[in-house]
Design a protein around this ligand. Structure first.
Ligand code: PLP
Ligand code: ZN
Length: 431
């Protein structure tokens, strides 16, 4: 194969070149995958995740030093009675080289996504999230100058901040809930030149997150036996599985896929329920009853995705089944204690979602679901907020445009976004 990579559809088996393609051209209900020319992992002398450039769907790289950092745990490992615990940390922790200043592994997704889009000349990205994803895309926009349209509920806009000025973000606030802003974001993508970021369908997002598995396996010198992560969409779990399959094919890291141990935060645990019931589809009435009330009660709200890529071919369910994995439902109280234990033993504060993963590992160790000699990779998906607040500047992202729920994307509003796009095109031409 001459190209660095192709996209392959696991539904129909077709391979084709990438045009920032999110769906199979034949319409299969399947997640496209990257297939790279290099079968063995070659490390590049580049910063951050671009060390793993050969297994990212990009040609160049960004000069950003925000990658996952891996180390062998001493304190937490002793507490859990584990001999081989590799922590892979994504967040802000300068003593260990952690430079993700918005404090979550969403920066692993945002970097290759922004670069892939730029290289394919596909247009301007649109993202609907006021959580860690929205913050990460604003930050990478601030660091690279890449234009991004972010659409969020007005009430959540205060959660978007960056540590560098982000002059190329068009923040649109919608006076409504998340569904209203997602619907409005979709409308904005009807403008020529605006492209939806794509979520789990975006191979750059998954392969960016897959660098956690690569980094952890390199640090330990082998694939882990078990991989622990808290999931909302489960994209990180799919990414870990895909990266592990590549390492198996490489041949130097072991031949067995790590079992995925994925956790959600009670009372909102749709994937745990669907898994335990053996369901291919998530059935809202069974798997997420009273969704709104349940979502309001979890401590880690980044784990409350209502439409995870569960039963789709190549999705979370396939990843769990292929790896012999399991799922955990974790209470707020258990997550809180686990977060405190982590802060005491490893000396960094955690994102509430990462605390859920630590709680699942605690339970697995207690119940003998992982043995003391097994090699464990703990994906600490976010942390270091307290350190970041002490060390770094914080710039709130200011709204460019405010709309009402259900307001049509037409007239003045549409013109305002079009003018912003024209201005951005001018900025790009002058750069
Ligand atoms: C998004 C997020 C998760 C869940 O990730 P998915 O793999 O997309 O489900 C976990 N932890 C943190 C800190 C996150 O931001
Ligand atoms: Zn197909």
């Amino acid at each position: 194969m001459r190209e660095k990579y192709l996209l392959r559809c696991p539904g129909c088996g077709r391979s084709f070149p990438d045009r920032y393609t999110l769906d199979c051209p034949s319409g299969c209900d399947a997640l496209l995958r990257t297939v790279y020319r290099e079968r063995q992992l070659i490390l590049r002398d580049l910063p951050g995740i671009f060390r793993y450039k050969d297994w990212l769907p990009i040609e160049g790289h960004l000069r950003l030093d925000a990658g996952p950092v891996s180390y062998e745990s001493v304190g937490l490992a002793r507490e859990l009675g584990l001999s081989h615990l590799t922590v892979v940390f994504s967040g802000y922790w300068p003593e260990r080289g952690g430079r993700m200043e918005t404090c979550s592994f969403k920066e692993l997704e945002a970097q290759p996504t922004v670069l892939r889009l730029r290289e394919k000349g596909a247009g301007v990205l649109q993202v609907s999230s006021a959580g860690n994803t929205g913050r990460a895309f604003c930050q990478i926009s601030g660091l690279t100058g890449a234009p991004v349209v972010v659409v969020v509920p007005a009430a959540a806009a205060g959660r978007l901040w960056t540590t560098v000025p982000a002059a190329n973000v068009c923040l649109i606030t919608v006076d409504g809930d998340y569904s209203d802003s997602i619907a409005f974001g979709r409308e904005v993508c009807s403008l020529p030149g605006v492209v939806p970021e794509g979520g789990a369908k975006n191979v750059a997002r998954r392969d960016g997150m897959g660098t956690v598995m690569l980094d952890g396996a390199l640090a330990a010198g082998r694939l882990p036996d078990c991989y622990f992560q808290a999931v909302g969409s489960g994209t990180g779990g799919i990414a870990a599985w895909e990266a592990a399959e590549r390492l198996v094919a490489d041949g130097r890291f072991g031949l067995r896929l790590p079992a995925l141990h994925l956790s959600q935060n009670l009372p909102f645990v749709p994937m745990v329920r669907a898994w335990e019931a053996g369901r291919i589809d998530i059935v809202p009435a069974e798997d997420m009853p009273d969704a709104e009330a349940a979502i309001a009660r979890v401590s880690a709200d980044v784990l409350t995705n209502r439409h995870p890529p569960w039963g789709v071919r190549g999705g979370v369910r396939d990843a769990l089944a292929a790896s012999g994995g399991r799922m955990y439902a974790v209470s707020n109280g258990d997550a809180w204690s686990a977060g405190r234990l982590f802060a005491e033993t490893e000396e960094i504060d955690l994102d509430p979602a990462a605390a859920v993963a630590v709680a699942s590992l605690l339970r697995a160790a207690e119940e003998g679901l992982v043995g003391p000699e097994e090699h464990v990779l703990l994906n600490v998906t976010g942390g270091g907020y307290e350190r970041a607040a002490e060390d770094l500047d914080r710039y709130p992202v200011e709204p460019s445009l405010r709309v009402r729920a259900g307001e049509a994307f037409a007239g003045d509003v549409r013109d305002a976004v079009r003018d912003w796009l024209t201005e951005q095109a001018g900025v790009a031409a002058r750069a």
